[in-house]
Design a protein around this ligand. Structure first.
Ligand code: KG4
Length: 346
């Protein structure tokens, strides 16, 4: 049984994962209400909030579970906000020492990378290894507030980054777009809500960068295009066309993501596509990638479940077990790494 802690940004989370039966419990405290009024995550407030909530969350876990059954403690050690990571790592070190168990440090992005495989494990833990083998090599798309990248997971579960964003992340583009439109934070879900009643072809927004063969993403031009468009409209016009603006803007983000994913698929004999990170909640994006996979024989689409798209400890516990690069910490002065990459540059 693995007990995992996650505190890299604005969610304090704990999870228990049993490799033979799956996730035994997940506990999350969202700080959304604290940061909402500031229009984004305030690092100092986030750190304090983790400090305030991690103890009570742990007490809740202890009420229902016997911690002496825990075989290892896992914790996110990067990337993320330094103060936030430090709270989780300090708590995890103390727990591991108290329980006399190994401490596994997990890369938050690798948590996202492995998260689409959690349902596969949940369905049949005993045959997971064999099922996974049929899905590799795997093309993964991580889309969150801070990252947008494509990676390849090979038959040895080695991860290689294929492309990243040159500027804003997809979630950031949606959040910044929502801000320009006068909607709240976080923008992605609000844009999606409006988009549901709008015409995605009403406005023509750019779809990222060329040349076509380039697999990198870029969303800053899209945000600028929205700003120029809004400058030409009156507040009443913007209000009246909100649904069309959101639908067109969201579609431009999705088209850019799907276009590069489709292009990347041509570079190898991929057997599955994975979608993870906060933006993976978007139903139009999920449907677009599912459609892409459906049109290709032998390609399976795997998406992280909604509870594992944002920051959560379930994916950290799972990656602690599934990611072959995770090993017990030998140096107890082990550090956090706020800018830890998904994989070393090749
Ligand atoms: O960064 P992230 O994986 O997790 C947390 O920090 O919790 O996800 C947050 C990002 C934000 O940019 C948010 O706008 C976006 O995910 N997001 C969405 C949706 N839900 C969250 N974007 C599009 N559609 C959604 N339904």
């Amino acid at each position: 049984m693995i007990l995992a802690l996650e505190s890299s940004c604005d969610e304090s989370a704990l999870a228990l994962f049993d490799p033979t039966s799956g996730l035994a419990g997940e506990w999350v405290h969202s700080q959304m209400a604290v940061h909402e009024k500031h229009g984004g995550v305030v690092p100092d407030l986030a750190t304090r909030e983790h400090l305030r909530t991690i103890g009570p969350l742990l007490a809740e876990v202890r009420r229902g579970h016997d911690l002496s059954q825990v075989d290892a403690v896992a914790v996110t050690h990067g990337p993320g906000l330094a103060g936030c990571l430090a709270i989780g790592v300090a708590a995890a070190k103390a727990l591991a020492v108290a329980l006399q168990r190994p401490l596994l440090t997990v890369n938050h992005l690798r948590g996202h990378a492995f998260s689409p495989f959690i349902p596969l494990h949940g369905q049949a833990p005993e045959t997971f290894e064999a099922s996974l083998a049929t899905l590799l090599p795997h093309l993964g798309l991580i889309v969150s507030g801070g990252n947008t990248l494509l990676f390849r997971l090979d038959a040895n579960r080695r991860i290689e980054v294929i492309s990243t964003t040159r500027d804003d992340a997809a979630g950031e583009a949606l959040d910044k777009g929502a801000k320009l439109l006068g909607l709240g934070y976080p923008g992605g879900p609000l844009v999606e809500k409006w988009a549901g009643q709008g015409d995605a072809t009403a406005f023509d927004f750019p779809r990222g960068i060329g040349p076509r063969a380039d697999l990198d993403f870029s969303f800053s031009g899209l945000k600028t295009a929205l700003r120029y468009r809004l400058e030409k409209m009156t507040p009443t016009e913007i209000e009246g066309r909100m649904a069309d603006l959101c639908a067109s803007y969201q579609q431009a983000v999705i088209d850019a993501l799907v276009r590069k994913t489709r292009l990347a698929l041509k570079t190898d004999a991929y057997r599955s596509i994975g979608l993870s990170g906060g933006v993976a909640n978007n139903r139009t994006l999920r449907a677009a990638l599912a459609g892409l996979a459906e049109r290709r024989a032998g390609l399976t689409f795997l998406a992280a479940e909604p509870r594992h798209t944002g920051d959560n400890a379930g994916m950290i516990a799972f990656a602690a077990w599934a990611d072959p690069t995770v090993s017990p910490l030998t140096d107890w002065s082990g550090e956090i790494d706020p800018s830890l990459p998904l994989a070393p540059a090749s």
